[in-house]
Design a protein around this ligand. Structure first.
Ligand code: DLL
Length: 432
């Protein structure tokens, strides 16, 4: 099912013409209206006329999170305040948040992208969408909300929190679609379980989960516990929010809406373009957004691109599931470790729950990696010998995948803090 068949299935040559036209116009616009871009271009000896083909995109300077910080709050905006109708912000781990601005046309574009997203997941005007992404400065809640309204579905603006009430309303209002972070979906499943409710018997059919990394194993777990099809949604505030890319039921990567968002994957160290299939850092340029257009934004998200047409018929480039960020990679005793690798290992092991915490510390000069893992109720009440054997098994699996050893601490069911939004998986106590 397509929302906008023309653009979602456009032959590549035609799509590229459209992209080039839009890119040239946007580059001209930011050069004229945003001093940051004019200076960045001039420093490289570039002008809007330097962009003659799509390949010329690679000559343009990158924009980074730091540039947003340096121009806090709205120095990168390309329109006067009077044209801005909405502001959102993403909370950074340090310092001031990143603020983003939308014009009326941007809100319409965003709704359109979200309508594509939802339609790709099979959502229609007959659906009831339980939206448990946070409403507020976070883009998840309102992004899904406007998309669901555009499709004509009935949207329930739940936001996060009060999980028991969520389960009650989910059932009573006959929700067919659920949207939230994957970690919150698991928490809801757990809450339902405690309440004696079997979500598999509810009307829920499909879930649209994102805003944080989650493994394929986690998908299996969610699909089994909720009895639904679970699809991955990707986006970031700096670009527009959710609605940058969406996985279709083929489960074959996420389609990037590249008639509006140009995608490149570059080597995170050299900044050089990488070919299809090679993992690197995703870089995105917005070629139609008005309020806060961004050229070559370094997302820090790690993925690879694929250009072959998908079995669903969309010609739009696909990106792999984001497995980590260049900045949440841990370097433990010199080895690169991504939390998602640990997650996949844990979820392979029977008796272990998908709730974990990675604690890194430094004893004298040596890094110490400890992984806290919840065990299932059944294992927990079993003999100590069983627990010990499980601990050894997890440890061995982790060692074989990461190539380093870690201490494994098996903890009681439900003892690791649950999150209503993005889960916090890593505690790094090293003072480096
Ligand atoms: O998380 C927007 C969003 C809302 C996406 C709802 C999907 C659903 P930010 O708070 O700015 O925006 O965080 C963006 O979250 O750079 C990724 O690191 C991460 N992220 C988002 N979606 C995914 C995903 C929203 N599907 C940052 N898989 C991004 C992995 C994701 N990571």
């Amino acid at each position: 099912m397509y929302w906008d068949k023309v653009h979602e299935t456009m032959p590549r040559a035609e799509l590229q013409q459209l992209q080039l036209r839009r890119l040239q116009a946007k580059v001209r616009e930011v050069y004229e209206k945003v001093p940051f871009y004019r200076e960045a271009f001039q420093q490289k000896g570039l002008s809007p006329e330097s962009v003659r083909s799509l390949a010329d995109l690679a000559k343009l300077p990158f924009t980074t999170k730091q540039d947003f910080r340096d121009n806090y709050p709205l120095g990168l905006a390309a329109v006067p305040r009077s044209e801005i109708v909405r502001l959102h912000a993403s909370s950074g781990t340090t310092g001031k948040p990143t603020v983003v601005a939308y014009t009326r046309a941007d809100i319409s574009l965003w709704s359109e992208m979200m309508a594509r997203t939802l339609t790709m997941c099979g959502v229609t005007s007959h659906d009831v969408v339980h939206n448990a992404y946070g409403y507020g400065l976070f883009t998840g809640g309102l992004g899904i909300h406007y998309g669901a309204e555009r499709v004509g579905a009935a949207v329930i603006p739940m936001s996060g929190g009060n999980s028991k009430r969520q389960i009650m309303l989910l059932q009573d209002l006959g929700s067919t679609v659920i949207c939230c972070t994957p970690s919150y979906a698991l928490y809801l499943a757990e809450t339902a379980d405690e309440m004696g409710v079997d979500l598999r018997a509810s009307q829920l059919r499909v879930g649209i989960f994102g805003a944080e990394p989650w493994s394929f194993r986690m998908r299996d777990e969610i699909e089994a516990k909720l009895g639904i099809l679970a699809l991955d949604i990707y986006g970031l505030s700096e670009i527009i929010g959710p609605g940058v890319a969406q996985e279709c039921p083929q489960k074959n990567g996420l389609h990037i809406f590249e008639d509006h968002f140009l995608a490149e994957v570059v080597d995170p160290v050299t900044g050089e373009a990488l070919p299809d299939g090679k993992k690197g850092e995703l870089v995105v340029s917005t070629i139609t957004k008005e309020g806060l257009p961004v050229i070559r934004y370094r997302t820090r998200d790690i993925t690879a691109l694929h250009h072959e047409t998908c079995a669903c018929g969309r010609t739009l480039v696909r990106m792999d599931k984001v497995t980590g960020r260049t900045d949440d990679m841990l370097i433990v005793r010199g080895v690169n470790v991504f939390p998602s690798q640990i997650e996949s290992v844990l979820l392979e092991v029977e008796g272990v729950e998908p709730h974990y915490l990675i604690v890194v510390d430094r004893e004298h000069t040596l890094d110490d990696l400890e992984i806290w893992v919840e065990v299932s109720e059944q294992v927990f009440s079993d003999e100590i010998r069983t627990l010990e054997a499980l601990g050894r098994r997890v440890r061995a699996e982790i060692e074989s995948v990461l190539g380093i050893n870690a201490r494994v601490k098996l903890v009681e069911p439900r003892s690791i803090q649950r999150s209503e939004g993005k889960a916090k998986r890593v505690i790094d106590r090293r003072e480096l």
